[in-house]
Design a protein around this ligand. Structure first.
Ligand SMILES: *Cc1c(COP(=O)(O)O)cnc(C)c1O
Length: 290
């Protein structure tokens, strides 16, 4: 669904994606469903922080489809046990939780995979953030919806984390031959690193799904990191606090608030004109977590 704010600005309500609590992680997860089902996977191992949208979605998916789930979580265990938001939703599922130091995540994930295999299970190794070809494909396909809503923007702004949502949108725009520019607002990575990762994945997606039109320029703005992942400034905090009355969405300070703030600054600084679409990837659970 597209929510119009004014003549120039609209919001793509990806938070209303109607499965697993919505948001971009839910859309990516459901895109994997056919593969998991047809190849008879019966367990998933993945990773994220204690308030990870991706981990919430994976835990709910596994519960719904009755497959086993191990989350390798990083962060504070006491907070995980007491906070609301995604942590609370995960706690209400029968998910197995392993707490891990950051540098031990991949070895803990490997162990969890081996553990399922030793029980004659078929586990799926799911990268953090739900980074898969299928997840990227979901964002190629979603461009079709813009045609249905008759809203072809000149610019899309999106919070850029692992970059797979950004890359999928770029490949989708190439497929449908739109001239839309996509600007990722980095929530943690440097511009150079983020642009490299996004263009590489967009290229891989276009090869994998046989999109022959060239991928547009990959642009990531890292001017609004405020010191890194999870950090924010007073303006972002204020924008977040007023987001429900101003825009009828919850802008959290880690992802969507940072991206929305970055978008506003980018528009100002570059004096851009035309139809703008803010891709609202979800955020209510993060906003209400603490
Ligand atoms: C994960 C996440 C993102 C970033 O998506 P990527 O595909 O990892 O770049 C943006 N917004 C929200 C709310 C998220 O949970």
């Amino acid at each position: 669904m597209i929510q119009k704010i004014n003549e120039d600005l609209a919001i793509f309500r990806d938070d209303n994606y109607p499965f697993l609590g919505g948001g971009n992680k839910a859309r990516k997860m459901m895109a994997l469903h056919e593969k998991l089902k047809s190849e008879n996977y019966n367990a998933i191992v993945t990773t994220g922080g204690i308030q990870s949208n991706h981990c919430r979605v994976t835990a709910l998916y596994c519960h719904k489809y009755n497959i086993e789930c191990t989350l390798v979580l990083h962060g504070d265990k006491d907070k995980f046990l007491t906070e609301s938001g995604n942590a609370k939703i995960i706690r209400n599922t029968p998910t197995k939780i392993i707490f891990s130091e950051i540098d031990q995540i991949s070895s803990n994930m490997d162990k969890a995979i081996d553990n399922y295999k030793s029980q004659e299970k078929k586990p799926f190794y799911l990268y953090g953030g739900g980074h898969t070809f299928e997840g990227g494909k979901a964002y190629i396909d979603v461009i079709q919806e813009l045609i249905e809503y008759d809203y072809i923007p000149d610019y899309i702004f999106i919070a850029s984390g692992t970059g797979s949502t950004h890359a999928g949108l770029l490949a989708g725009i190439a497929k449908f031959k739109f001239k839309t520019k996509v600007v990722g607002i980095s929530v943690g990575r440097s511009k150079n690193n983020a642009e490299k990762v996004v263009s590489k994945f967009a290229k891989e997606l276009s090869e994998n799904y046989k999109i022959s039109n060239g991928i547009g320029k990959t642009e990531v703005d890292d001017s609004f990191l405020c010191g890194g992942y999870g950090f924010y400034n007073d303006d972002i905090k204020k924008l977040s606090g007023n987001s429900l009355i101003d825009y009828n969405i919850f802008l959290d300070t880690t992802y969507t608030g940072k991206a929305f703030y970055g978008m506003k600054k980018y528009i100002e600084n570059n004096a851009i004109k035309g139809k703008i679409l803010f891709w609202y990837t979800g955020g209510i659970y993060n906003y209400l977590a603490k």
